[in-house]
Design a protein. Structure first.
Length: 287
């Protein structure tokens, strides 16, 4: 495998755009690819705001911020955006069929020695790597939102992922100022989210069973366990629909209890958290 110098991020949503910015901060040449030009414009504008804000706070100089932004090239054509990449990170929305359709293209377009990674928070790499020649070069690189703040990145080794791929992925995560942890064996939800899922499911049990209110559960977790957010606040922040989809996917893969009724009702009403202005709490405006 070649040394990683050129990075392509496919998917210019919040996660993809910030992964691109974090890599650019640390000197990588980055292509940010999305089929929607308007989404690329939104991503570029958002990254500019984040970079300039970091300069205002003294995290980096204005010159460093501008240099990072200049390293990110926007591209709508997948072939053009991936042909020179040493590392391709797929960061589209959490839908298995959409990811598989994209990975079938990446398998044809990316260089044979490039590392291919998915940022998926729950979909293990073995569910995508079968579409790619030489699946030993495939892994998960699961960054956390917001990428420019959250230090953790889970590196997931699939059953066919080579040790060389894992080593290069870990080195890349270190090189962009994030902290890698390695999941040596696939399991749904990986490490952090699996623990969060367990906590959230118990929180739903307490509320649905009438043992405590949403508010008191959150206060107990924050004050008693010193979490920065309670489980329901965290779901509002991440998106109730995201958690809903993750639980449905886990039920398909592993079995289990499925989606709590309270969560099902919230999602059915379109109360998805901060992004809609209402979830378990109300917010002044959609975020």
């Amino acid at each position: 495998m070649a040394e990683i110098e050129d990075v392509t991020v496919v998917g210019a949503g919040t996660m993809g755009s910030q992964i691109a910015l974090q890599a650019a901060y640390h000197g990588y040449r980055v292509w940010l690819v999305d089929s929607d030009p308007a989404q690329l414009k939104r991503a570029s504008d958002s990254n500019r705001r984040l970079a300039l804000r970091s300069a205002e706070k003294g995290v980096r100089s204005p010159e460093e911020a501008e240099a990072a932004l200049a390293r990110i090239r926007l591209e709508t054509d997948l072939a053009a955006g991936t042909e020179g990449a040493d590392l391709v990170i797929e960061a589209i929305f959490e839908d298995l069929e959409a990811k598989r359709a994209l990975w079938a293209q990446l398998g044809r377009l990316a260089r044979e020695d490039a590392i291919l990674a998915t940022n998926s928070s729950t979909i293990a790499i073995s569910r995508l790597a079968d579409l790619v020649p030489h699946p030993g070069r495939c892994c998960n690189l699961h960054f956390f939102h917001p990428v420019t703040v959250m230090e953790l990145c889970e590196v997931v080794k699939g059953p066919l992922t080579s040790e060389e791929t894992v080593a290069q992925a870990v080195a890349f995560v270190h090189s962009i100022g994030r902290v890698p942890v390695v999941l040596r064996k696939e399991v749904h939800g990986f490490i952090a989210n699996r623990i969060l899922f367990a906590a959230a499911e118990e929180a739903f049990h307490l509320v649905e069973g009438g043992y405590a209110t949403v508010e008191d559960v959150d206060v107990a977790v924050k004050k008693g366990l010193r979490w920065p957010m309670g489980p329901f606040e965290l779901l509002d922040f991440s998106g109730l629909d995201v958690f809903y989809g993750a639980l449905e996917d886990r039920a398909r893969v592993e079995g289990g209890p499925g989606v709590p009724e309270l969560l099902r009702q919230k999602v059915a009403r379109g109360e998805l958290g901060r992004k809609t202005g209402r979830g378990f709490y109300e917010y002044p405006a959609p975020a």
